[in-house]
Write a protein that binds this ligand. Sequence first.
Ligand SMILES: Cc1cc2nc3c(=O)[nH]c(=O)nc-3n(C[C@H](O)[C@H](O)[C@H](O)COP(=O)(O)OP(=O)(O)OC[C@H]3O[C@@H](n4cnc5c(N)ncnc54)[C@H](O)[C@@H]3O)c2cc1C
Length: 416
Amino acid sequence: MPAVKIAIIGAGPAGLTLARILQQNSIPCTVYEAESSRNNRNQGGTLDLHPKGGQLALKEAGLLPIFHKHARPEGEASKIVKYDGSVLWDDNVMEPWRPAAEGEQERPEIDRVVLRDILIDSLDEGSLKWGKKVLGVAENEKTKGKFNVSFADGSMEQDIDLLVGADGAWSKVRPLLTSEKPFYSGITAIELWALDAEKKNPWLSQYVGQGSVFMFDEGRAIMCQRQGTGAIRTYACVRRPESWTKECGIDWTAADARERLVAEYFNDCGADLKRLILESRDEIIPRQTYMLPVGVKWASDACAGVTLLGDAAHLMTPFAGVGVNVAMADALELAKAIIARKESITAKLVSDRNNVARAIEQYEKAMFERGEQAAAKTMHGLKGHFSATGSEERAGRIKKGYNMIMAQKMEKKQKD
Ligand SMILES: Cc1cc2nc3c(=O)[nH]c(=O)nc-3n(C[C@H](O)[C@H](O)[C@H](O)COP(=O)(O)OP(=O)(O)OC[C@H]3O[C@@H](n4cnc5c(N)ncnc54)[C@H](O)[C@@H]3O)c2cc1C
């Protein structure tokens, strides 16, 4: 019997999670990734996995124990600072207070590269193809309802029954389903790294503490995070036009780029905040942030046999820190919809394509809702982060949560 041919484009958290859960359920699939190896590029910072998002997907994937081994619950610590440097909240000077359900942690951080390695190592041998940059996808002219994928290395994969675009912001699969394209969010983040801060810059390491430092203000923000490697990554963000990085007059390759950035956009900030930027000397990378419209959808039968996951489906800015959780929840839900139809999907797909279509329909209905909610939350986060009272509001929300938990603990103590 011919097995269904499932191709997943992109080895990010979404594509890898989907592949792992399918393979664990004896449903073969292949992941095609543009990068040439797992060490191809710096995979960026750390991600916090939520109990009902990334953690739930990893549980289903049988990877929760290894995740806990590498996760850093202490990375949840937040320090909230006003633009003038005054500290409004600092978890680092308090006893841990965030609750955790039994056997779970609330929102522990994990380095992106570590999460990716855990997922990659869990896949069937040979099922992840590196160096397969997709150039284009199209329906097979001879066999309608099947798809061909062409790669930059000149090769082609043909007759795919289920094509999953998990290829991030600039998805090559998306155009089969919708004409929507990512647009600039209005925010540019200057990414700065102090790679060995723990050893080389005790002040920076101590100031940042176990987790993150946040400063939110009108039209600008500083977000700084300790990595599991001891590195510190800072985003100095400004609300500026898309062309700003090229037209602002700062040469991002010059030695004085940080000094210019601070002098022109953060000069009135507290000395500690300025040091975060000035002392992150190892790398500086300007990044414009992009998003898809909130609530982007397409008809489920727009192109039967094709669907999208994660950023490919609902790209959002990082200002609510939910993107990876939604991406992994997508992967879990699509896997479940396929597994529920496993018998017919794996046995006789050619004559029963409806099962693939029904699995996609079931998945997309919930995914559109989940994506819209997360994107709306992210838009709210973007507005809040870049408003004059952003720091006070964030600190206020944490305080409220803290007071509530303390009151619950007190009540429980009195009852006991
Ligand atoms: C600066 C920044 C900080 C963030 N911080 C957080 C955070 O703290 N918490 C959080 O939840 N989310 C965060 N996010 C969002 C999060 O990173 C994404 O939502 C998440 O990575 C989406 O996963 P994905 O698998 O859908 O896509 P991606 O992680 O983008 O993975 C896509 C994969 O597809 C590959 N690919 C792309 N094009 C092709 C092609 N043509 N052919 C083959 N392969 C291709 C890529 O190389 C990549 O491996 C952040 C995002 C950014 C930009």
